[in-house]
Ligand binder design. Sequence first.
Ligand code: BEZ
Ligand code: FE
Length: 289
Amino acid sequence: MRNVTQDNITDVFLSYFGKDTDPRMLEVMRSLSHHLHAFAKEVKLTHAEWNTGIAFMERMTEFTDKERHEFILLSDVLGLSSLVDMINTVEGGTSSSVLGPFHISGAPDIPFGFDMKRHFEGEVLLVTGAVRDENGNPIEGAQIDIWQTAPNGLYSSQDPDQDTYSSHGIQTVGADGRYGFTTVKPVSYEVPTDGPVGDILRSTGRHAWRPSHLHYIVKADGFRPLVTEVFPDDDPYLDEDTVFGVRSDLVMHYDTNPADSFPAEGFELSGKVAADYLSVEFDLVLVRA
Ligand code: BEZ
Ligand code: FE
């Protein structure tokens, strides 16, 4: 008979694995059990604390459904989503960044020059750039899935007053790789705090703010898909994003321009911009698969 102790429980746990266990599964479980058991021992976890942990996880499931992804949010505020992004980022391309829980698939195709701002109050932002490979060549046919919040800081999936695909669209670039659209200047916003993730933020004295950003998923045949987001350099939360998504190459600068400099053609808002507008040029670089 083998006596199970604090010192051997990790080895005992691993000895239960079948001999045909997938090697990667074994590697992950070996490390996970090692760190998990070491964590419990290091903090001398009490029964009361572990019961609180179990209750927390039960509440996590209560807050999770097809529209509300509390587990993604938990991974985001713990820094795990960003860590996984960074571990898997390939040198040479635009950095990846958190997908977040609010992406919805099936957004409509939008042509070059499309206006996503529509009726929303706020400054016009003209966004242009190109999708390129590591050598700077345009990638014809690349698709960019674009989404952002409305000026109230809510994604369409969070806000019954917005159309399903409000501030969402997919643009396919031509031979020059160029993309371009107008939108309303994105705002900083707080991640949802009405669930168990909010309890974690409050109990650790953290705020829930993210710096303003535009989300992109860029896909092209023969290239690794890129999930990322871009942030203006003057956002007050740039250095304290609650989900750790900011990378230096994802920071961009908005120029302020007089209304009469807006492109005379090629954009839905051409000839319709009456006040100063913002603009940014940002290239997205994909790495070959
Ligand atoms: C977002 O940018 O949409 C997001 C990312 C992580 C958590 C919450 C929201
Ligand atoms: Fe976002």
